[in-house]
Structures are given as structure tokens and as C-alpha cells.
Ligand binder design. Sequence first.
Ligand code: UD1
Length: 362
Amino acid sequence: MKIISVAGARPNFMKVAPIHKEFRRNQSRVDHLICHTGQHFDENMSNVFFNDLELPRPDYYLGVGSGSHAEQTGRIMTAFEDVVLKERPDLVVVVGDVNSTLACSLVAAKMGINIAHVEAGLRSFDRTMPEEINRMLTDSLSDFLFVTEKSGLENLRREGIAESKIFFSGNVMIDCLLYYLPKTDRSEVLKNLGLNAGKYVLVTIHRPSNVDSEKSLERVVIFLNEMAEKRKVIFPVHPRTRKNLNDCKLLDKFHDRIILSDPIGYIDFLALLKNAEVVVTDSGGIQEETTFLHIPCITIRDSTERPVTVDIGTNRVVGTDLNIARDVVFSVLKGEVKNGDIPPLWDGKAAVRIVEILLQKL
Ligand code: UD1
């Protein structure tokens, strides 16, 4: 049996890694190939993750790079079609919600190849997010839908997806986190950045809604400068955010106690997460990682597609009014933390369950 897994952008790599390991364990039955679309291409957005996660060199690297949504999606489709024509896989595995996820699903569906979507069913109900479109369409094309949290089951049922296609498998990103957590003890990132455990705010901001206009970027600078009055702030800057800060001439407007770093690799970032006093983010996956690590998370978005992190985890979705976000962060710094539990099946065995189901059904 031949299976191709697609990895395109940074948040895909930690989901593909546990799946790859599990397919490797079953290599007598499965020939598992990895196709990297090249949606993310910088050393620190891509290669560093392949190294940290002990992933092999991808079998295919499509090198599509950046572009408008249509350009990027179209380039991925054209290039991936050649791969599928050559390899004729029995299954294509896609993960998450990035443009590579949808593009490769469309190609596989039109060529009559089975699709497994890992991290299916999540919905923010906000169609202004490109990821929401990618999620809905990928799920509607998929044959095996692996769900991380119960809200996903309800969303898929409501959308009329057949029950026989839906599997509550747990969260492969947590498989990855659990596997690599012990390695964070050897990370020197805190020392190198001059940070003390439990005494800094970790920030990631890259959503178009927060960084694509000058006004919203100015508000981000003011917000982070206010936090820096209370604590050191570490802000690994996504290339999209850095480019926009640079274009708006805002890069030198940050407080001295804010460390603007380049994007950080997987193990060092985990070390920063697990030792943070509070995390401020607009990412998807970080809401889950903080919940698992019991670290307070303030999400500066109007919605979340991962409601379990709010219902039983440590996440608070406070909207994009950064005055409100500042007040919530300050309350956490004063000790008003939300205790949370770990969601069901976030136990490090999701990939085992997924591969078992696939091997049984295919
Ligand atoms: C993508 C995902 C988003 C995910 C994010 C994580 C989509 C629609 N969005 O957003 O869901 O949260 O990845 O990082 O798929 N760039 C570089 N080097 C890189 C990658 C990007 O310089 O290695 C710059 C380019 O200027 C590019 C911009 O970042 O135009 C945006 O990249 P793109 O892949 O379009 O989307 P992200 O914002 O990274």
C-alpha cells in the first residue's frame, strides 16, 4: 500500500511527524511518502522543524512558495497532480487547515484517490478566515475524518458527513508535544534570551486580521509595550508580521524589554511555552499546546475553532480589542489564572489510532 502525506506550512510539520513515525513502524505494510509543498520555505519556518522532529528529507519538494491564495493554491495543485500521477497512491493524508491542505485534497478527490484529513471538523464559523474555507472544503472531500475534540464530531454531523467516515482519534499535535517534551530540558533558549522561567510573556501574532493593516499593527505595538512595563516579552516574529512591521516603519518602536526574535524551532519553542507565565497568541495550535501544558493562554481573536481549549482548558478568547486583552493579561500577571484540564484522548496515542484505523479500512 502506498500513502502520501502532505506537509506544507509550519503548523503541519508537528502533525505529520507522529503519523510518519507510526507508518514507519508498519513499513512492511505501507510505503509512506512525504510531499512538502514548499508553502513555507525559510530555514526557520521549515528545515529547522524537519531537523527537530527527526523527519526524513521529503520524498517530494514542490517549491511553490508564497503568493495570493489563488496563485499559491493553483501552483500546489498543478505540482501535486504530477506527484499523484507518478505515484498513484492508495491514500493521501492531509493535516490541518492551510492552503496546502485544501489544494492537495482537491487534486486527490478529482483523481479518485482516498483522502484522510487529520484534524477534521474544527470550525470557527468565521468565513473571513482562509483557514475556515480550507477546513470546510477539505472535510467535504475527505473519506476518513480524524477529529481532535468533540465539537468536531458535532460540526461534521451537522454538515451531513456520513457517520462511517468520522473517527474521534485525539490530537496528533499532542503526540508530538509529549514525545519531544523531555528534550526541552536540554534547550538553552531561555538562557540565550536572558529569560527566567515563569517570568515572561510569550507572544505570537501573525493572523492577517491583526497584522495586515497599519492601524492594527500600531495597536499591537502599543499593547506589547504596555505588557513590557510589567514583564519581559519574547515575540518570535513570523515573516508576514516582520514584513508588515518593516513596511509600516514600526520595527524600532518596541519597548526595550521586548525581544523580537526570528521564528523559533520546535524544541526551543516548546521550552518557551512550558516556562511562560502567560502566552498571548492568535495561532490555532498554540491554544491547544498551552491547554495541554496548563499555561494560561490569551487568544486575541474573535473566535476559536478549538472550543475545548476554552471549555476545559486554560484558553481565554478575548477578541481583537487589545485594551481588553491587556486587562486580561494584567489580571493573569496578578495571579488570576484559569485552571484547566486536558481534553479527552489528548494522550499521545492519536497517531497509533489513526494508522490502525487506516490499515484496517484500506
Ligand atoms: C499560513 C497558514 C496559517 C498558519 C500559518 C502559520 C494559510 C492560508 N495560512 O499562514 O493558517 O497559521 O501559515 O505560519 O495557509 N513567508 C516567508 N517565508 C516563509 C513563509 C512565508 O517569508 O517560509 C512570508 C511571505 O512573505 C508570505 C507570507 O509570509 O507572503 C505569508 O505566507 P503564507 O504561506 O501565504 O501564509 P501564512 O501567513 O504563513
